[in-house]
Design a protein around this ligand. Structure first.
Ligand SMILES: C[S@@+](CC[C@H](N)C(=O)[O-])C[C@H]1O[C@@H](n2cnc3c(N)ncnc32)[C@H](O)[C@@H]1O
Length: 277
């Protein structure tokens, strides 16, 4: 898949997934967002960039932390996601949040203007993560910090079979590097390659809990990165893909639902004080 096609698949796929996203993923992803926000340790009055903001699950708590004397600029490649973040901020009267559609590899925000940047579970979808990290670096003030969270190693993510199950039916290869960033020290090394210093990495192991098989299926197919390919399945293909996915998570059955293991990797990098790039 070319980088341009990957971006289009992400853009229109997440447009489709947006309305299902919080139903299936809000509770399950909270540990990753909380850990990233904890690492960022945002202070009142700070300026924050949130890259790949989705529906705003990290944007809004960031906005509450910095308060009205600060500001948060939220960006995402999906216009539907951007609009949902705008709406969520407006519903809480967080007027210091703005949201704009923007590719993580082409950030048109002020250079050297943010105290901190976040990217929670977005970098796996970006064709060139080093380029995105360099873009973020250029937006940070001297001494600014960037915290990114990604999914961990494939072997620690029990839902990982969703990709081959979908790819074998539509040959999409949606996210060729999906689990690579979360394997070993890859994300920390990527920060290093992009020019960050003082890099720290931590891993977080979680259970993704779903009460029913339908919820587990909804999260994997309609609410996540394969949503665009899935939308094109006919009924027979859907039923077969659902059955294959349920078989792949059978070992995580818990009563009527599932406790699927997942892993997040959270990396923080900092710019030297007194140097913007
Ligand atoms: C799993 S969601 C994470 C959203 C949010 N940060 C959160 O913690 O809930 C991934 C997001 O990455 C966005 N995305 C994918 N590729 C992107 C790119 N190249 N540039 C910016 N955003 C991208 C998607 O549109 C989607 O909203």
């Amino acid at each position: 898949m070319t980088p341009d096609l990957q971006r289009r698949v992400q853009r229109y796929g997440w447009d489709r997934a947006a309305n299902h996203y919080e139903t299936y993923w809000k509770a399950q992803l909270k540990p990753a967002q909380s850990a990233a926000l904890e690492e960022a340790a945002l202070q009142p009055g700070e300026t924050v960039l949130d890259v790949a903001c989705g529906t705003g699950l990290a944007t809004l708590p960031a906005a509450r932390s910095v308060g009205p004397n600060g500001s948060v600029v939220a960006t995402d490649i999906s216009e539907t996601m951007v609009q949902m973040t705008r709406d969520a901020a407006a519903s809480e009267s967080l007027s210091w949040v703005t949201a704009e559609r923007m590719d993580a590899e082409a950030l048109s925000v002020g250079a050297a203007s943010f105290d901190a940047a976040l990217c929670v579970l977005g970098l796996m979808y970006v064709p060139d993560p080093v380029a995105a990290l360099k873009q973020v670096r250029n937006t940070l003030r001297p001494g600014g910090r960037f915290v990114a969270a990604v999914w961990g190693a494939r072997s620690n993510c029990g839902w990982a079979e969703i990709f081959p199950i979908v790819d074998s039916r539509v040959n999409t290869d949606v996210c060729p590097l999906f689990f690579q960033l979360g394997t070993g020290e890859t994300l920390a090394t990527t920060f290093d390659m992009a020019g960050y210093g003082n890099i720290s990495q931590r891993r977080l192991n979680v259970d993704l809990r779903y009460e029913t098989a339908d919820e587990a299926i909804g999260a994997a197919f309609a609410g996540g990165p394969v949503a665009l390919a899935y939308a094109r399945f006919d009924d027979v293909t859907r039923d077969a893909a659902h059955a294959e996915y349920l078989a792949s998570i059978e070992q995580y059955k818990n009563g009527t639902g599932f406790h699927i293991p997942g892993e997040f990797v959270i990396v923080t990098g900092t710019l030297p004080a007194g140097s913007a790039s």
